[in-house]
Design a protein around this ligand. Structure first.
Ligand code: SF4
Length: 218
């Protein structure tokens, strides 16, 4: 039977047995948490789509909103605010009143994977949701892919061969999307590991959003 993908995964999505088992184990340990596929956050008329890797166990998996609940969103939401893509103050909780403007955040893999590492098969299975997400954004012009897994999954979602657009921080590619051309911009993931080690600095991340704003003037 073919699975009927939609832009957002059903909360009981059964496709990845390992991740379903991890969701269920987390639900026993932390029954008040979300513990389900995390919905994209933002507006359906967004021109900018930010594509992360997967929910963090005590972050989006806890709160149900991407990059929310732990440190993972600190740099991302501060940068979105600085560049005019949000209104309100991010406060690590989904009821902080934050609103995205002209932007949406999603993940290549919608369920939390153990040790933040989805398998290739899990990324493949979840890609159908990303394909539908892209189709459902008629104004989409720019995507920021956070890390190589996000980058690779996005290329595959658009039917682009990986060697045609290799991952590189700051690289920019114009690709054919379902609703017209889209510019893909690569960034190292804004994870705590990358920011703590200096692999990704605030200045480097803001330079990515300089690129975004040059393509999407306010
Ligand atoms: S990762 Fe994606 S495909 Fe796999 S169970 Fe979760 S929502 Fe479904």
């Amino acid at each position: 039977m073919t699975f009927a993908y939609t832009p957002e995964a059903p909360l009981d999505c059964p496709l990845c047995p390992r991740l379903v088992a991890y969701r269920q184990a987390n639900a026993i340990e932390e029954p008040s948490w979300h513990n389900a596929p995390v919905r994209s956050f933002g507006s359906d008329d967004a021109r900018l789509l930010i594509i992360g890797l997967a929910p963090g166990r005590g972050g989006a998996n806890k709160t149900g909103r991407p990059f929310t609940g732990d440190w993972a969103g600190d740099l991302l939401y501060a940068t979105l605010d600085k560049y005019g893509f949000s209104r309100g103050i991010y406060d690590q909780r989904p009821d902080d009143g934050l609103v995205l403007i002209d932007a949406m955040i999603t993940n290549a893999v919608r369920c939390v994977p153990p040790e933040n590492k989805p398998t290739g098969e899990e990324a493949n299975l979840c890609r159908g949701f990303l394909v539908k997400r892209l189709q459902a954004l008629p104004q989409l012009k720019v995507m920021v892919c956070l890390g190589k897994i996000s980058h690779d999954n996005t290329l595959k979602a658009l039917g682009v061969r990986l060697k045609e657009a290799p991952f590189k921080h700051g690289a920019q590619y114009t690709l054919e999307g379902p609703n017209g051309p889209i510019t893909l911009i690569d960034s190292y993931h804004c994870s705590r590991y990358n920011t703590n080690t200096g692999r990704l600095t605030t200045a480097m991340f803001e330079a990515i959003f300089d690129q975004v704003r040059s393509l999407l003037p306010q």
